[in-house]
Every structure is written in C-alpha cells, then in structure tokens.
Design a protein around this ligand. Sequence first.
Ligand code: SAM
Length: 283
Amino acid sequence: MGRTSKDKRDVYYRLAKENGWRARSAFKLLQLDEEFQLFQGVKRAVDLCAAPGSWSQVLSQKIGGQSSGQVVAVDLQAMAPLPGVIQIQGDITQLSTAKEIIQHFEGCPADLVVCDGAPDVTGLHDVDEYMQAQLLLAALNIATHVLKLGGCFVAKIFRGRDVTLLYGQLRVFFSSVLCAKPKSSRNSSIEAFAVCQGYDPPEGFIPDLTRPLLDYSYDLDFNQLDGPARFIVPFVTCGDLSAYDSDRSYPLDEACRLKKNGQLAKELLPQECSIGRVDKLPQ
Ligand code: SAM
C-alpha cells in the first residue's frame, strides 16, 4: 500500500485546477455519470447545494448544449455566475426556495436532481451523520416537487450507522436505489452517493413542503424501515479502474515514467508529479 495523502490538494484537486473545474468534486459527478449515464436525455436539471459550482459546470457542459437544456443551481452561498446556469441563493429546506425552482422551470418537471450538500461539520460523528441525513431528506422533499415520474435523484450520503433506514426511505420513492463511491471520493471518507432512479412516489402522495417528508403515513412505517423491512442496497464503485486514487500521493519519477510509457489514464502535469511520495503506484 502506498502512503495515503492527507493533503486536500490531491491529484484530483490539481486536475480540477488544470481543467478549469471550480472544485475537485466535478470528478465525482463525472465518474458517477460514467457508471450510470445520468445525463442521457436530460434537458432540465437541478443542482442543490451547488457552490462553488463544479457540478453546475459539469451539468451545463453535458446538458446545456442540448436545445432546451436548463440548469438551476441553489446554494446558501452566492456563486460566481456560470453561463447557462440559473442561480438561486437560498436554503434548500425552505418552501420559498422550492417555489423559486419550480417557477424557473415554468411548470415543466426536471429530469435530474442532484445534491452534493454538506452541512458544517461539527466533528461529532452522530450529529454530522444526522445533519447530513436531514439535508438529504430536504433535497428529496424538494425533488418530489420538481422531478418527473421516472426521473433520477443523486445525493451525497454518509454511510453511517443508520444509513439503511435512509436507503429504505429513498426506496419508497424510487424503483432503484444504489450506493455509489466514485474513485475521486476518498476511501478514508464515509461519503458516498445515493443514486436513485425511476422516481415513483407512493400512490396518493401529494408533495407538500410545509411539513417534513416523514410525517406522511404509508402502508409501511416510514420511520421503521428496519428489521425484516430493511432494504439492502447494492454498493458500486465507479470511475475507471486506472483512474487516480484520491487517497494516494504520486511521486515525480514514477508518474513521469508511467506517462512516458503511456500507462497513465490521464496525463499528470509536471507540477502534479511533485506531490508527496508513494511506495507503489496503482496499476
Ligand atoms: N457540488 C459543489 C461543487 O461541485 O462545487 C460542492 C458543494 S459543497 C461540498 C456543499 C455546499 O452545500 C456548500 O456550498 C453549502 O453552502 C451547501 N449547503 C449546505 N446546507 C445547505 C442548505 N440548507 N441549503 C443550500 N445549500 C446548502
């Protein structure tokens, strides 16, 4: 095993700089798309918790070229403008934000809703996992207002103790739920992404942002999706096997030798080669 990189400016950070992405997170969405073809046929997409905007950049590049392609991005923080992206500065837990998104689509539903949201980390694992789950449910609540039937929802999830309950709750609304870990997401992080396809809410479900999603009563208890009712989701890693490992550092000499032999999936820049040391490079 090579030495792991605790440096936030890892190889994906540097590739993001080189390719003009606003954040290294762009590679997570690109690798998720490689695996699930998320953008196929998508004309309208919503990017929840979008700042600084690398996912919006990916979305506008992938779907903005299509004739009526439209991207709406929401974040608490202001974001520098991006061509082809409508921006809303707001809180995704607020009804007013949902209304504003709906207004931009002029009654047309979205094909894809993504959420890379992360609350401020407290360092208390249980609290952080709970907050992340609540943010995901708030994103799902907004998605129930804007997503077309059969549409797709992708959201950051923490694989913590109670994650199976969350999977079960997502499964109430989608015909397929998977947990995916892109190569650009560090193994050392409990972060992963719930990829929910085939939006199919329970019969009689009426979206209502004035109350929490979990207040509804269904045939099965939305808060007790454990025990025999537990839903176990497939776990998928995505990104080319030869893609960079976000937990590794790449030394100058090894990376340059591989580059010369055409063995690197993506070329390293000389300045990228100068980060850290590693005992063995990935094949
Ligand atoms: N996907 C983004 C990108 O590629 O540039 C990075 C998103 S960043 C990891 C998480 C974002 O979630 C932060 O910008 C934060 O402001 C936003 N956020 C957290 N809670 C939010 C909320 N309740 N409403 C809107 N945005 C929120």
